[in-house]
Design a protein. Structure first.
Length: 53
């Protein structure tokens, strides 16, 4: 997975991206899972605010 993330941000420096970990509650079981993503700094609030299906 890391290779795909690095390839997607080709040309970006390490100061331009942030690893974000979001806790998501499953509607079926009620259990929490964690979703990790490498997100550009200007898209962090959008990633956190996005609803999961």
């Amino acid at each position: 997975m890391a290779k795909k993330v690095v390839a997607a941000f080709k040309g970006a420096t390490s100061k331009d991206i942030t690893k974000v970990i979001k806790m998501v509650k499953s509607p079926k079981t009620g259990a929490y899972t964690f979703k990790e993503a490498m997100v550009p700094n200007d898209k962090i609030k959008e990633f956190i605010a996005a609803k999961e299906d």
